[in-house]
Design a binder for this molecule. Structure first.
Ligand code: 5RP
Length: 261
């Protein structure tokens, strides 16, 4: 792997643990003002120093994050559809690579929608983005999105999507946790991180999911709503870090959460 590309990836996936706790705050790109992310600056500010990377769009980066901040940026560069539109999977590349370079990003992120009407288009988006980003030594995070069809979150579909993303040159892949998750990580030659998905019923549920994912080979999490929709977001991210970087059990993480809330 090219030195620059490897160096950027090492800023996100920490070399000492080979894991990462990314904070996802890109939801507005198709959901608009998501609950508890209405004022992105307010949401991000107390959490940023606990995140190994911030995943967001250029609009929120420029308006809502101080440029002096010392956190690797994973810039979402796909979009073009909304939750109320015809088809969420009809995405294109929304940001040119020169703007990503200007923003000094550590990686760029793009969603692929395997199995949808826009499978070909979004896979070609990925291939194009890999070509563009590779020229600057910037890794690409492929997000194996499922659109509105959350039922697709099974091991066959997610293994297929992650493997295709890696084959097309993604440097790392983001997917959902599922039963038999080890099959997803074992058949994907690049690091896999999990999204948290909608807020779970309890904090312990979120710790269990993160714990089981890393135990089954995930390189960590790219979590949003389960952190910043919590009543105690800082305690939440600290506890998730304990699971991901210190291999704490879900119960131990709950202790961390209780002590920090
Ligand atoms: C949407 C995304 C989000 O960043 C992702 O879903 C992570 O956030 P959450 O943990 O809230 O699911 O990529 O496509």
């Amino acid at each position: 792997m090219d030195w620059g590309l490897h160096n950027r990836l090492s800023r996100i996936i920490k070399p000492d643990t080979h894991r990462t706790v990314m904070l996802a705050v890109d939801h507005g790109y198709f959901l608009g003002p998501t609950h508890k992310l209405e004022d992105a600056r307010e949401t991000i500010k107390p959490l940023v120093s606990y995140a190994d990377a911030l995943m967001l769009t250029r609009g929120i980066l420029r308006t809502s994050v101080d440029s002096g901040v010392d956190v690797p940026i994973v810039l979402r560069v796909s979009g073009g559809s909304s939750i109320i539109g015809k088809d969420l999977s009809n995405e294109g590349i929304t940001t040119c690579i020169e703007d990503a370079v200007r923003l000094n990003v550590a990686a760029v992120a793009l969603s692929i929608f395997v199995g949808t009407d826009f499978e070909h288009q979004t896979l070609m988006n990925l291939a194009t983005l890999v070509d563009q980003a590779q020229a600057y030594g910037i890794p690409v995070l492929a997000v194996t999105a499922v659109g509105k069809e959350l039922g697709k979150r099974d091991v066959r579909f997610l293994s297929l999507s992650c493997r295709i993303a890696a084959e097309l040159g993604a440097g790392f892949v983001k997917t959902y946790y599922c039963d038999e998750f080890e099959k997803v990580t074992e058949s994907c030659p690049v690091p896999v991180v999990i999204a948290g998905g909608p807020k779970l019923e309890t904090e312990l549920d979120a710790f269990k999911m993160a714990h089981d994912a890393v135990e089954k080979g995930a390189a960590g999490v790219d979590m949003g709503r389960n952190i910043w929709q919590s009543e105690h977001p800082v305690a939440m991210i600290k506890a998730v870090r304990a699971v991901v970087h210190q291999n704490m059990t879900p119960d131990e993480a709950l202790d961390v959460f209780e002590k920090n809330k």
